[in-house]
Ligand binder design. Structure first.
Ligand code: PHE
Length: 467
């Protein structure tokens, strides 16, 4: 199987693809706003510690498992534990998770495309009205954008690993970096920009509490695309001689750097718009920030740079977020694609067709759960709140299953697969790994406190959301 398996053409191709997965909607506004509200520089320090000491070992566990088994998550668990083992359920869960989160992510990507098209075609004044968002997401237009996003993702994935995933990342990721830098330079030149930078960077340790710390961990975990089987799958497209460890480090650095830089774009813009902004009043919801708050800010630029200028800035922002979202969406959907192709021995075309149908139906339901169809809008009540189908996916998969999958990976890699095998997989292509401090740290942390931390996060989330 391994000889036929497609691989990334080069190390940089892998890094760009994995960074493409990691850099997503979460980086662009979720991270900057969370940091500003929760202690600025103090949050940044905690976040960085989590990335280095907790997330990188988990990243390596996923990638190492993928490279050794040369398989998707389901095949990876079964390949090591055997088809009859209970671990096969962990494998299925790691495929179901991206399938469901794909639906969730798809919905938001569709809206981004809609707002991009509106900004490009002179509709900035329309989207600047926060009330328009409600109208937009309940309009028929959404279906047109849904088809467009699905077609683009299909076109990328059907081309395979090298010509599809890697090719798209090679174009979109550098473009994204350039657009981000352009935005930062522009925004920093605005009046009061530095008030925003101050709130973002100056540490306020008094803001740190248990909730902030666990929020920082969830943000880092989500941002690096952990617990989704994605890094197992992308790791399986690495060859034996590829430097897995060096690549993983670069992916973590690139993701964190983009998240950090996005803060230099978002916060100055907010403070230019209203210098008296109180950071604690900013919305936690990335959706609200992107679709109702920021368009208003772009519109206000009309005074200084005219309507066309303001529309150009808004378009640049939405294109940037769109690229970030597409490369993430591609990585999410590659997991079930790879699983279907291997398990049922079908072509990528057939696998993608099956996914387009099933995910398409669920995406329609999720879209309709924003008021269009009451049954889906008020689907269930738990934790004292009425929840829509979209909320249900977010609560169950995003919030609950992600840390649980992370926990399963740790337990599987160190307790079942065994440390020696794991180290064997990591050391190929990274000569200095064996005996290094890093090796000892990874082995120790995955065996001890990382699963404990993930279990605590998991239990906390369950108590918090459902009871
Ligand atoms: N890491 C992406 C972000 O920051 C989101 C994502 C999560 C992508 C899980 C793939 C898998 O938005």
């Amino acid at each position: 199987m391994s000889e036929n398996r497609e691989h990334f053409s080069s190390r940089i191709g892998f890094i760009l693809a994995a960074a493409g997965s990691a850099v997503g909607i979460g980086n662009m506004v979720g991270f900057p706003v969370a940091a500003t509200k929760n202690g600025g520089g103090a949050f940044l320090i905690i976040y960085a510690l989590f990335v280095v000491f907790l997330c990188i070992p988990i990243m390596l566990a996923e990638m190492g498992l993928g490279r050794r088994t040369q398989s998707d998550p389901q095949g990876a668990y079964v390949g090591i534990a055997g088809a009859a083992s209970k671990w096969r359920f962990a494998g299925w869960l790691a495929v179901l998770t991206p399938f469901m989160i794909g639906v969730f992510y798809m919905v938001v990507t569709v809206w981004i495309l809609g707002y991009l098209v509106l900004s490009l075609t002179g509709g900035l004044s329309t989207i600047a009205d926060p009330a328009y968002f409600g109208t937009f997401i309940n309009s028929k237009l959404v279906f047109v954008y849904l088809i467009a996003v699905a077609a683009l993702v299909y076109a990328i994935l059907v081309m395979g690993v090298k010509n599809g995933i890697e090719f798209a990342a090679r174009i979109m990721m550098p473009a994204l970096f350039i657009m981000l830098l352009l935005m930062v330079v522009f925004v920093l030149s605005l009046d009061n920009a530095f008030a925003g930078v101050k709130f973002y960077l100056i540490p306020d340790f008094s803001a740190i509490n248990g909730t902030v710390i666990s929020g920082a961990l969830s943000q880092a975990f989500f941002s690096l695309s952990l617990g989704m089987g994605i890094l197992i799958t992308y790791g399986s497209y690495l060859r034996k001689h590829d430097d897995l460890i060096g690549s993983a480090k670069l992916v973590a650095i690139a993701d964190s750097l983009v998240a950090f830089t996005a803060g230099l774009m978002v916060l100055p813009a907010i403070f230019h718009f209203d210098p008296s902004t109180n950071p604690s009043d900013l919305s936690d919801s990335s959706v609200a920030m992107i679709f109702t708050f920021l368009p208003k800010i772009f519109m206000a630029l009309e005074v200084s740079i005219g309507y066309i200028g303001a529309s150009a800035v808004a378009s640049l922002f939405f294109l940037l977020v769109f690229f970030a979202a597409i490369t993430s969406l591609v990585s999410i959907i590659e997991v079930p694609t790879a699983t279907l192709v291997r398990k049922y021995n079908i072509s990528r075309k057939k696998a993608l067709g099956t996914l387009a149908l099933t995910m398409g139906v669920l995406t329609l339901v999720a879209t309709a759960s924003f008021g269009m169809v009451d049954h889906f809008t008020n689907l269930l009540t738990y934790g004292g709140k009425s929840k829509s189908f979209f909320d249900l996916i977010e609560d169950v998969f995003y919030q609950t299953v992600l840390p649980f999958n992370g926990l399963l990976i740790c337990l599987f890699v160190v307790w079942y697969w065994r440390q020696d095998n794991f180290n064997q997989s990591l050391k190929d292509g990274s000569n200095q790994y064996m005996g290094s401090l890093l090796q000892r740290y990874i082995n120790f942390s995955l065996r001890s406190f990382i699963p404990v931390v993930l279990a605590v996060v998991f239990i906390n989330t369950v108590l918090d959301i459902y009871f």
